[in-house]
Design a protein around this ligand. Structure first.
Ligand code: ZN
Length: 702
């Protein structure tokens, strides 16, 4: 489960919970009926098949459709993927650049050696096919032989078994399967100079606890995909049909029992719950909170006890775990662990297992084809050797000139943001002053770090030395875990980029409330987002808005609860906080009223932070535009509109609707631009037009 924390311009691809063979998160059946008109008279153009040559609209009625029709019509969803579009094309470029970095024969040094060796293991299909599922069965059989709860606990408590597979890095949320909770490093909400260990519920197949209470189409699709893939993989692993069905059912049963005590995706992302999931405690406190679940014994086995501060994000979950962790339920726990391990590792075995699992899941989701071997190999390299591969990308693609230019734009946007905050007259001067202080204290990380951390002492064996892919993967994960755990003992150093959270080669950008920083990553500065020859207007419409968006997260309903250092401490007067909440409530009810797909309600609670950030960023950048004589607004708005243009499978749109904290693409475009006079004026929008919004109806919080 993703913890409430970092806010990004794009959601991170759902972690490879199912199978590293390239199954994409979320997906569905056939084409949507064309012409599902949602809010106002807008067409939800996100869904594949919703536009045809004949579909037309004026910019004044549906800006997104009019501006992006030709582009969307030509878009193709690549093999093995669920979507494509402006930003996703940037992702595609990064994917290619990373593959080139991975395969660069001329690269030297330890990073290159590690990557080459791992790529060699990934590409050695002769060995992989010969070994079949045996590398995984070594671990799975050990779990199958567990016959008492005490033995199960001992397996969980083994630092190199349950302890290794439970460690979930934030960038691979959902990936933990070793134990019934997952661990990650976080920063103390009371004192942001120290780190804590976050203890969260286990990953669940349907990704959202709400789906187990009341299954929607999104849950049904995921369930079908997992079931198909698991049937295939477990039978490849030699389980009988009867065993396979029992294990699949037991996994679902255990997840259903426990999900009752987990927060839903909507609850987890609700800014109102930020304090609810901050429950710091020491080791003794954690043991007590776990009730009869042997969390203390397990954590002690992993070397994590006295001297560590834990954050038990969802205490009810841990208590519930204690109430069902008993001998009579042993089979549930054992089957769950085996199934999750099979999910996780099917992509590291022979070709038939990998491709069969992917094909089974893709069929349920409506995904056609699969990604090329090299792309899959790159994704796995990035997952297990993120720092070495990121280093190679930086050395090949990043220049000081690029960083200098982007840093200059960041400084411009920060400067204008100060002007914007100072002009927010609905706030008292006291709060406005605090907001400006927070802006001034913001750490800026631009493009790539100067100092590249090196994984100098990581070594693993290649096939010639008797190693195999799974063994190398586990060795790399152990190294990764130990490096991240070592951070627990260190004070937070704001000058260091946290590439464990997100490699800078990702096509993304984020705001981190815990250190009040914006992070504009190298990967996003490709394709449609940035070209050196772009006009000033185009650069502002893409890079400028992205920077403004990230800054705005410091002042959205979540980010605004943190102070300038990153502590969860209010700096608002009561009166101003009330005014802010009222403005946010207006925005929430607007999104609540939208039906992006007929019969499916949207959630303002889920998307409020991101919607506010989109509008805040746009507002700041428009102030910058106003400083330039003859600013070309048309070019600016068209550049903005294009980077959210998307074409995706209907199932992916449903998945986004239910789990993505960002508004759907067509809404990100239309709802954002219609809040501003500059837009209304540029396109001559009149009352009665689909893009018209009377000033008193506007929902921009800032
Ligand atoms: Zn964001």
């Amino acid at each position: 489960m993703e913890k409430k924390n970092w806010r990004r311009i794009l959601s991170v691809t759902t972690a490879l919970f199912l199978c590293a063979g390239g199954v994409q998160a979320g997906r569905a059946e056939g084409k949507s009926p064309a012409g599902e008109r949602a809010n106002k008279a807008w067409l939800n153009t996100d869904i594949d098949g919703s536009i045809t040559e004949e579909t037309t609209a004026r910019i004044q009625d549906d800006f997104n459709l009019a501006a992006n029709k030709e582009y969307i019509l030509k878009l193709k969803i690549p093999a093995g993927k669920t979507q494509n579009g402006g930003f996703y094309e940037v992702g595609g470029i990064v994917e290619r650049l990373r593959v080139e970095a991975m395969k660069d024969e001329s690269a030297t040094g330890h990073d290159a050696e590690l990557v080459k060796k791992y790529y060699g293991l990934l590409s050695d299909w002769e060995t992989r096919d010969r070994e079949g599922t045996a590398p995984a069965m070594k671990y799975i059989n050990e779990i199958r032989e567990i016959s008492t709860l005490q033995e199960m606990t001992a397996w969980f408590a083994d630092r190199e078994k349950g302890g290794l597979f439970s460690f979930s890095l934030p960038s691979r949320v959902g990936g933990s399967f070793g134990c019934l909770f997952s661990l990650s490093i976080a920063v103390s909400r009371d004192d942001p100079s120290v780190r804590v260990l976050s203890v969260d519920p286990m990953g669940i197949s349907l990704e959202d606890a709400a789906e187990y209470r009341n299954m929607t189409e999104n849950g049904r699709i995921k369930n079908e995909a997992y079931t198909a893939s698991r049937r295939f993989v477990l039978s490849r692993m030699g389980f009988t049909e009867e065993e396979t069905e029992r294990m699949i059912n037991n996994t679902f049963r255990l997840e259903t029992m426990l999900s009752e005590y987990m927060l839903s995706v909507e609850e987890l992302n609700d800014p109102a719950n930020i304090r609810r999931i901050w429950n710091p405690m020491d080791f003794a406190g954690l043991c007590e909170a776990a009730g009869s679940f042997p969390a203390g014994e397990i954590l002690k086995g992993w070397g994590l006890s006295e001297g560590v501060t834990f954050n038990l994000a969802e205490p009810e979950y841990m208590k519930a775990l204690g109430s069902i962790y008993m001998e009579e339920n042993l089979e549930l726990f054992r089957d769950y662990t085996v199934v999750r391990m099979a999910d996780e590792w099917c992509g590291y075995l022979d070709r038939e297992t990998r491709d069969g699992a992917t094909a089974a899941a893709n069929k349920a989701k409506g995904i056609e084809g699969r990604a090329e071997d090299d792309v899959l190999a790159m994704q796995m390299t990035l997952r297990h050797l993120p720092v070495p591969l990121d280093n190679l990308y930086i050395r090949r693609n990043c220049t000081p000139e690029l960083r200098e230019e982007i840093t200059g734009i960041i400084h411009d946007v920060v400067r204008i943001y100060r002007t914007m905050l100072e002009g927010e007259t609905w706030l008292t001067e006291e709060t406005r002053k605090k907001a400006v202080e927070k802006l001034d204290a913001m750490t800026v990380r631009s493009v790539y770090p100067d100092k590249l951390e090196a994984w100098d002492d990581l070594e693993f064996r290649d096939a010639g030395e008797g190693g195999n892919l799974l063994e190398a993967t586990i060795t790399a994960d152990r190294y990764f875990r130990d490096r991240v755990l070592a951070l627990l003992k260190q004070k937070v150093d704001k000058t260091v980029w946290n590439r464990y959270e997100m490699p800078v080669s990702d096509s993304n950008a984020y705001y981190s409330p815990e250190d009040n920083s914006i992070n504009i990553l190298a990967g996003i500065l490709n394709g449609i987002v940035y070209q050196p020859e772009y006009t000033y207007e185009q650069k502002l419409g893409t890079v400028g808005v992205i920077i403004g968006h990230e800054i705005s997260h410091a002042f959205d309903p979540s980010g605004s609860q943190y102070d300038k250092e990153g502590a969860l401490k209010s700096w608002w007067t009561e009166e101003d906080k009330k005014a802010f909440d009222q403005r946010a409530a207006k925005l929430i009810s607007y999104y609540d009223s939208i039906e992006p797909i007929e019969g499916m309600k949207y959630s303002g609670r889920l998307v409020q932070d991101e919607a506010i950030a989109d509008m805040g960023g746009m507002k700041a950048v428009l102030l910058l535009a106003a400083e330039k004589k003859d600013f070309n607004y048309e070019e600016f708005f068209l550049a903005y509109g294009k980077f959210w243009a998307v074409k995706r499978l209907r199932s992916e749109e449903i998945n986004k609707m239910k789990t993505d904290v960002h508004p759907l693409a067509y809404l990100r475009t239309n709802v954002t631009v219609m809040q501003f006079d500059e837009f209304q004026k540029q396109f001559g929008i009149q009352p009665g037009d689909g893009m018209y919004l009377a000033p008193e109806e506007r929902i921009s919080v800032w």
